[in-house]
Design a protein around this ligand. Structure first.
Ligand code: GDP
Ligand code: MG
Length: 291
């Protein structure tokens, strides 16, 4: 799949984050609870160095709670600080603020500075607003130009930078790229909706067959994913003079998946992802080729 993150963009993002990191003590890494592995950035370990790092699994309200519990165990076994976030649940935000403060070293002279980082559309701006308790960052819209970073005082111990670090997604791995595309992490204009919709149908048939049956009134699922997508598209009126509009049919399924209309769906489990040689060394093959 060819998606718009070119080496030039990656180098710029890497440089900007590298510079911003000079000023911070800790990083909150936002990943998507539905695909915590594929929505992380492969180079972040290197960039963060020995700064305190807290991983937040955002959009946990959309993820399958059974699979989310598996991810929490997975990270806990590997000694990684990890928290769930649901933007509509104030308790998850309070817990995040408490953990951010308690995980950081006590400093005599100055407050700890924290920065939020993550791939596009993962929920960084939403989290900044939740932590600040007011609207600071525009949700659903990445700034075209990086503005000067402002500091938001959260408590006597903590300040938050108001501009998140934007990282490039993991696109060198085809499976990860499809999961990311299905989750909504990549602009619709940069993906083949029919193609990604087909991936979603195949995935749902395998992992969440009941959701597929119920949502689209399908009696049996023993047809090819293409035949199923066609059935869904016809039922939803995705037709042109030339026949079925696969792009529209794909969009129907993707919209349902992303909005939660198919129920709580996780796009990957810990068993789906290859274990890196060591979680502290994800450098091997990490930088995506030009896509
Ligand atoms: N369901 C759900 N949606 C979320 C959550 N957090 C963010 N979103 C949505 O995800 C989209 C992207 O959020 P945004 O904060 O702009 O992401 P950013 O690009 O990383 O800054 C927006 O439509 C948000 O409303 C969450 O916890 N649950
Ligand atoms: Mg944003």
């Amino acid at each position: 799949m060819s998606i718009g993150w070119y080496p030039g963009h990656m180098h710029k993002a890497r440089r900007e984050i590298g510079e911003a990191l000079q000023q911070v003590d800790a990083v909150i890494e936002v990943v998507d609870a539905r695909l915590p592995h594929s929505s992380e950035n492969p180079l972040l370990n290197k960039l963060i160095g020995d700064r305190t790092r807290l991983r937040v699994l955002a959009k946990s309200d959309l993820a399958d709670p059974v699979v989310t519990a598996q991810w929490l165990d997975f990270y806990q076994e590997r000694g990684r600080a990890c928290l769930l976030l649901d933007k509509s649940d104030p308790r998850s935000v309070r817990e995040l603020l408490r953990r951010s403060a308690s995980d950081l070293p006590a400093r005599a002279r100055r407050r700890n500075r924290i920065m939020i980082v993550g791939i596009p559309n993962v929920g960084k701006s939403t989290l900044i607003n939740l932590m600040a308790g007011r609207k600071i960052a525009k949700v659903g819209n990445e700034p075209a130009v990086t503005k000067a970073r402002q500091e938001i005082k959260l408590s006597e111990e903590l300040v938050l930078l108001d501009t998140p670090g934007i990282l490039w997604p993991k696109l060198e791995d085809q499976q990860a790229a499809y999961r990311l595309a299905a989750s909504g992490a990549i602009r619709n204009t940069a993906i083949e909706l029919g193609d990604v919709g087909l991936f979603a149908v195949e995935f749902l048939r395998h992992r969440y067959p009941q959701a597929l049956r119920e949502r689209y009134g399908l009696q049996h699922l023993d047809e090819s994913p293409l035949a199923l997508l066609e059935r869904i598209g016809r039922a939803r009126g995705c037709l042109t003079k030339a026949g079925l509009d696969f792009t529209k049919a794909g969009e129907v399924v993707l919209n349902d998946l992303r909005s939660g209309s198919l129920g709580r769906v996780s796009l990957e489990t810990p068993a789906d992802v290859p274990e890196p040689p060591s979680l502290d060394d994800e450098s091997s093959g990490a930088e995506a080729p030009s896509s």
